[in-house]
Design a protein around this ligand. Structure first.
Ligand code: ATP
Length: 367
């Protein structure tokens, strides 16, 4: 096993993206140093709405090639009010990058940390710990990314296509079962729920059929099914019972925000987008122009995205140091909330981005 450094392409982006990226990498570095070494090389890339405003392109020359070559990509957030492409749409190089790199598996962990906001009065809400796995390259967003699919678009009728393909869906379900297996090794339930609308749509019946086919290879993992409307209800009624939930792109878009709201909102919403050869890690929130430059952003979503990146690098490199650093950060966040040492302004606390980050680094260093 080598001690080769892993290369991380870093796009800080716009607004609070810059602050939360710096926070996340400071915590990641502190954890790696604590575990045994400085194991990451960062390649900072200029990309985003600010760059587009100043240079007329949304990605600096060479940056896309650098992402292709990196072991992981970390992204803060992209977007500035009033900066748009000529067709009026938002600056979104990351959507193009997601499609180009085939990042089909959108991973959104939803976990209740002690003393962080809970929207449900039921005490079992403290046990919420699930992953929403959202297919991210096709489904109902296929039409939005592939212009030729908008073949019927007149002033009398518009159609969007929901596309489910066998190759992507097989990989997605395998990803879900493997994730449940890894979580089971760490004490998880070992359960995957297929969320669909198989009673109405052929595309969804196909999605479920492939789920059942792939499940055969994962006899140690339990499986369940839920229609998406019933899942929305259960997300409020009994979210603590779910482990990994796998679903089509649009369903995942909606349910991941709903689930995120149960445990504190955008400032805690971490995200990984993973393909066969690349992984991109970013907080699920945007650049929050309303609080940019005020040192008020909650960096925890970015920090928890850093945890997902470390887990990915552990898997990719086969080196335990990354998995140990991920565990250290996660347990430090838990301990920090339990002891009342983490108090983000977003949750009514008194710690801005930098103060909270320093406190968490301190916890990591002393654990
Ligand atoms: P996008 O479309 O890029 O997701 P948006 O404008 O819909 O962007 P955000 O930029 O995520 O959404 O901001 C939504 C609201 O949440 C804003 O009021 C913002 O201040 C708040 N917010 C987002 N992220 C954070 C954070 N990390 N800490 C504190 N508040 C945040």
């Amino acid at each position: 096993m080598s001690n080769k450094k892993q290369r991380v392409a870093v796009i800080r982006g716009d607004g609070i993206g810059v602050d939360v990226t710096d926070a996340a990498l400071a915590v990641v570095d502190a954890a790696l140093v604590r575990i045994g070494g400085d194991r990451l090389d960062y390649d900072y890339l200029e990309t985003g709405a600010g760059y587009y405003r100043d240079h007329g392109v949304d990605v600096a020359p060479g940056a896309e090639a650098a992402m292709d070559d990196a072991d992981a990509i970390f992204l803060g957030a992209i977007g500035l009010p009033g900066v748009r492409y000529p067709d009026g749409t938002e600056i979104s190089p990351h959507l193009r990058i997601r499609n180009r790199l085939g990042l089909y598996a959108g991973v959104r962990p939803v976990k209740a940390y002690p003393n962080s906001p809970r929207r449900l009065a039921d005490p079992r809400a403290a046990d919420i710990d699930m992953i929403i796995l959202r297919e991210s390259t096709e489904g109902l967003f296929y039409s939005a990314s592939v212009l030729e699919q908008r073949d019927i678009c007149t002033d009398d009728e518009v159609r969007d296509v929901l596309r489910i393909t066998r190759p992507t869906t097989e990989k997605l379900h395998d990803f879900a079962f493997n994730l449940a297996r890894r979580r089971k090794q760490r004490g998880g339930r070992g359960h995957v729920t297929c969320v669909d609308k198989a009673n109405v749509f052929r595309s969804m019946a196909f999605f479920r059929k492939i789920f059942d086919e792939r499940a055969v290879a994962f006899g140690d993992i339990e499986r369940g099914y839920n229609y998406v409307d019933a899942q929305a209800l259960d997300m409020v009624r009994r979210p603590w019972e779910f482990d990994v939930l796998v679903m089509e792109n649009m369903f995942g878009d909606i349910l991941s925000d709903l689930a995120g709201g149960l445990v504190g909102g955008m400032g805690m919403a971490a995200c990984a987008e993973i393909g066969d050869h690349h992984g991109l890690f970013q907080p699920a929130h945007g650049s929050a122009p309303d609080i940019a430059g005020e040192d008020r952003a909650n960096p925890l979503a970015a920090i928890l995205s850093g945890v997902l990146m470390l887990d990915y690098l552990a898997e990719r490199s086969g080196e335990a140091v990354f998995a140990d650093a991920a565990k250290l950060i996660d347990s430090s966040v838990n301990a920090g909330f339990s002891a009342g040492r983490l108090r983000p302004i977003e949750f009514g606390g008194d710690q801005g981005t930098r103060t909270l980050t320093r406190e968490l680094v301190d916890i990591v260093q002393s654990k």
